[in-house]
Design a protein around this ligand. Structure first.
Ligand code: PXP
Length: 247
């Protein structure tokens, strides 16, 4: 059965390792377990401050990942050069601020199209598919298409933090952005703040082909193990896929 692809973000394994400066737990091991459990993609974010994933992790993952390696990165020179050298299958451009706990907003594409287009072209020239992590608004989707990206990843963080009517409104923004992306011929992914409950509604949108999920899966892995945590998320995503088909 076709289902939405699951990209598992293993950054938090590296966060735990960096907290003690040890050599364990290794995100490379985690990535292998995620793949054995059925993950379709491994996602890592090489941050400018190297707070979790290190260049060493990225280089080893390039050799060991059997599915698809998705590198999240800011459009800065240093990390773009590393990306072009390592050649992940997919590069997702994200905004980055040193003080943030995690990526807070989508990439500002509107009004910065020349700069973003240049980064997109540089990655594509190295043979890498490019996705832009953007807020759920149609203007950002259209600007992403103009920048030449092949994919967008819709920021679901606002939805995951909202409650009640506000959450319904945020879900609608995601749906409209996903439809706009599909209409423009872009592949559509979504992610940030998704968990075993709130991912369900997002999976119901036919235009969404991929989810990238990190924190919720890693948190569950503490209690049930990495493979079960991944399998349980795939089960959630598969249930929604079935519902969508019978609608
Ligand atoms: N997608 C992008 C672009 C992200 O930056 C992150 C966080 O690193 C995620 C998905 C995963 O978010 P979470 O850890 O909240 O599932």
């Amino acid at each position: 059965m076709h289902r939405i692809r699951l990209g598992v973000n293993v950054d938090h394994v590296a966060t735990l390792r960096q907290a003690r400066g040890t050599t364990y737990p290794d995100p490379v091991t985690a990535a292998a377990l995620c793949e054995l459990a059925g993950a379709d993609q491994i996602t890592v974010h090489l941050r400018e401050d190297r707070r979790h994933i290190q260049e060493r992790d990225l280089r080893i993952l390039r050799q060991t990942v059997q599915t698809v390696l998705n590198l999240e990165l800011a459009a800065n020179d240093d990390v773009l050069a590393i990306a072009c050298d390592v050649q992940p299958d997919l590069a997702t451009l994200v905004p980055e601020r040193r003080q943030e706990v995690t990526t807070e907003g989508g990439l500002a594409v509107v009004g910065r199209e020349a700069e973003v287009s240049e980064a997109v072209a540089r990655l594509q020239a190295a043979g890498i598919r490019v996705s832009l992590f953007i807020n759920p608004d149609v203007e950002s989707v259209e600007a992403s298409a103009r920048c030449g990206a092949q994919q967008i990843e819709i920021h679901t963080g606002f939805y995951s933090e909202a409650r009640g009517a506000q959450q319904t409104a945020e879900l609608k923004r995601i749906r409209l952005a996903a439809s706009a992306g599909a209409r423009l011929g872009l592949s559509v992914a979504a992610g940030h703040g998704l968990d075993y409950v709130n991912a369900r509604a997002v999976c119901a949108f036919a235009q969404i082909e991929e989810l990238n999920i990190g924190h919720a899966i890693m948190a569950r892995a503490f209690f049930v193990g990495m493979k079960d945590a991944v399998r349980e998320m795939i089960a959630v995503m598969s249930e929604e896929e079935v519902r969508r088909r019978v609608r």
